[in-house]
Structures are given as C-alpha cells and as structure tokens.
Design a protein around this ligand. Structure first.
Ligand SMILES: Nc1nc2c(ncn2[C@@H]2O[C@H](COP(=O)(O)OP(=O)(O)OP(=O)(O)O)[C@@H](O)[C@H]2O)c(=O)[nH]1
Ligand SMILES: [Mg+2]
Length: 383
C-alpha cells in the first residue's frame, strides 16, 4: 500500500522543465558589512583585533547568477576581530569575506558612485572595510565595520558586439561563425539575453562575439530592452552593425524603415545613449543579400552609406543623428551563405588586427611623448 502511494506521488510529480532557463542577470544588489573591531583591554593596554573586510575578486567564467547561488544571503558580513585578553594582548583579526564575481563587473555604491571596475581576472577591491580594534584612541572600544549597499553591474567583455534592430540576422551570423547556438526565428526579439560566441581560426587564435538583443527606436530612453543591453556595447572593441537590406518594420502599427533609415536610427540611438560610442570602430554588414532585389537596393544606397552625412536631409527627422558614424568597412553579406560567412570571419579578424596595430602606434607615441617630456628636462630630446 505504502509503495503504491509512493508510486502515485512520483507519477504525479510535475515534469522536469528542461526548457526552463533562468533569465540573464547583469545587475545585483548586495548589502556588505565589514566585521566589528574587537575591544581592547585597558588594564594591560591591549588592542582589539581589526574586523575582517569584504572583498570582491574577479574570476573568469563566473556569472552573476552563480554568485547569487553561492551566497546564502544577499547580506555579506565579515567576522569581527577578537577582543584583547590577558592571554592574547593583541586580539586576532577578523576573517575576511572574499566574494568571487565575474570579470567585467563594475561596483557602485548607493549614490551610483563607481567604487571599482573589475575588468581583469584576479582584480580585487575592498567593498566594506573592517572596524578598527579598540585601543587608547578609541577608549578601548572596537569600532563597527563599514556598512553599505553595493550594486554590481556586469558589462560583457567581448572583442566584437553585434548591434542591430530585431530580425536583421545577428544570431544567424553568430551561429554560422562561432561555436554558439543561439535561437533563430523570423520574428523580432528572438534573442532576449546577450550571448557570447567564440570564433576559432585555423591558427588557434580566437575572437569573442557578443550577440545582443535587437534594439528598437527609443532604446536609449529604455524602450524595448533599452539600455539594459546597450551598455554591453561599451566594452567591445569593435561594433558590428547588422542591417537587413530590405529594412525593418517592428509591427504593422510602426512605419517601415528602409535600410538607410535603419542605419541612421541605429546611429541616433547610440548617439543619444552615449555620443562617445560613435568614436568606437565599427563595421556595417548589409544582410540578406541572397534575396531577390537586394542588389538593386545596394546599388542605390551604397553611395549614401559611404558618406552618411550626404543623405541626412532625406532621413526622417525623428531618426536624424547629429553626428554620423564612420564605418571601417561596409560589407554586403548573406548570413546564410557559408562562403560569405567565411569572408566575414576573416574580415573581422583583419579589422581587429588593424585596430590593435593602430592602438599600438598611439600607445607608443604617448610613451615616446612622455619620455621626451621627462628626458627633455635633463638631457637631449629622444627621437
Ligand atoms: N534570406 C535570408 N534570411 C536570413 C538571413 N539571415 C537571417 N535570415 C532570417 O532572418 C530571420 C531573423 O534572423 P535572426 O538571426 O533570428 O535575427 P536577429 O537579428 O538575431 O533577431 P533578434 O534576435 O530578434 O534581434 C530568420 O528567419 C533567419 O532565418 C539571410 O542572410 N538571408
Ligand atoms: Mg537574435
């Protein structure tokens, strides 16, 4: 009878939700407190131990979700320092709390002031200092540790960020060039969380590509999925804009935007979100060139794309940016055509190498200039 009951219980259990995937987490709020300082011993001039500190340490391969899972509570407290005693005049220091967080996390305090930017593996910062131990200066009374709320903001770090309106074919391209397996479908907002894929080359070099959810007009003002994902573009070295050569219409209630209007709209969204993003190197991919009529459109729009400023007057006013983007290159492709995809792969690599070389020249010029300034005071000019 008992066995039958157990069997019935088992069979009525809800089926495993294999399709369930927790949503992407890129912000986290934690309360942190340093340990209390131990009390001193006035009779012997004993000093209490300092309270432990709360540290954040960046580790590759972690996600904020894993951080949440590893914490018992959203309040992290380091342990108190020990009181001074006859046997131990100097009280022992409290134990530190070291919380591992993903690389790319920025830590802000309650007033949104940046405390630390942990963008390298093993980078660390103290987010709550421990209280000092009781001594003559504190009347032998241990002080409380720092107590604050911190906000963790994760910005993905990838070499390349794929940016575009929904349905442009970003995920199709990512799937074709990398090891990622994003969802692809003929409706907008198929991608709802950023995904990173790695493109591997024959010489074992690799570059990382972030597929970001589609933007919509007004993303800068947090419409659609808005800033939540625009911020990830900040950390990429190269922005790859992907536009459907036939344009895009969000829904029958929205106007159809042709390919040029799409480019201006993307330009404007970035400009309104953060104008400095327009200085970032970018490449434009005009997708779906395999479809009929695509080449005719390309012939018409290419001269304007090559000089975006020249087409500003024809651009609808609500989409018109103040400053136009300058693309490193404009490539017509079909994300479904394997030959084109291979070309994109090598094009991305070449562009990144060129950018790294440019950066190297800038860096070494700066170093040279600094050296010249320093050496100029005491010796001959360095050439
Ligand atoms: N004909 C053609 N169709 C394409 C091409 N690239 C993508 N598609 C189709 O376009 C639709 C949208 O592709 P996705 O890769 O999901 O687009 P996305 O930009 O990731 O869209 P969101 O995730 O919504 O932002 C799918 O039906 C794809 O099969 C292409 O080069 N040619
Ligand atoms: Mg997608």
């Amino acid at each position: 009878m008992v066995q039958l009951f157990k069997f019935l219980l088992k069979s009525t259990k809800a089926p495993a939700r294999s399709h369930f995937r927790p949503t992407f987490l890129d912000t986290l709020r934690l309360a942190v407190r340093g340990g209390h300082g131990g009390n001193g011993l006035p009779k012997y001039g004993g000093v209490g131990g300092q309270g432990g500190c709360v540290y954040f340490v960046a580790k590759e391969g972690l996600t904020l979700r894993k951080v949440v899972q590893s914490l018992k509570d959203k309040r992290v407290v380091a342990s108190s320092g020990e009181d001074s005693s006859k046997a131990s005049i100097f009280g022992r220091r409290g134990v530190d709390q070291r919380i591992e967080v993903p690389v790319g996390v920025q830590v802000y305090d309650e007033r949104q002031k940046l405390i630390a930017d942990l963008n390298e593996n093993d980078a660390q910062c103290i987010v709550a200092g421990g209280g000092v131990g009781g001594c003559t200066g504190t009347n032998f009374i241990g002080r409380p540790g720092e107590n604050r709320i911190v906000n963790l903001d994760l910005k993905l770090i990838a070499d390349v960020g794929l940016v575009g309106f929904p349905n442009a074919g970003k995920s199709t391209l990512l799937k074709a060039v990398s090891n990622a397996k994003p969802k692809i479908a003929a409706y907008p907002f198929t991608t709802i969380r950023p995904q990173i894929g790695t493109i591997e080359y024959k010489d074992l070099r690799s570059i990382t590509v972030a597929d970001l959810p589609g933007l919509i007009e007004g993303a800068h003002a947090n419409f659609g999925m808005g800033h939540k994902f625009l911020k990830h573009i900040e950390r990429t070295r190269l922005m790859v804009f992907m536009v459907d050569i036939f344009g895009f219409q969000l829904s029958p209630r929205h106007p159809h935007r042709d390919c040029l209007a799409n480019i201006y709209a993307l330009n404007r969204e970035l400009e309104l979100y953060d104008p400095s993003l327009l200085e970032k190197p970018s490449v434009l991919l005009l997708n779906k060139m395999d479809k009929e009529g695509a080449h005719e459109i390309l012939t018409k729009v290419k001269p304007i794309i090559d000089d975006l400023a020249s087409g500003l007057e024809q651009c609808p006013e609500e989409l018109r940016p103040k400053q136009v983007l300058k693309f490193e290159s404009v490539v017509p492709i079909s994300a479904m055509n394997s030959t084109k995809v291979v070309q994109v792969k090598s094009q991305l690599r070449r562009t990144l190498i060129r950018l790294a070389e440019k950066q190297f020249v800038v860096d070494s010029e700066e170093v040279k200039e600094k050296l010249q300034q320093r050496v100029g005071v005491v010796g001959p000019k360095v050439t």
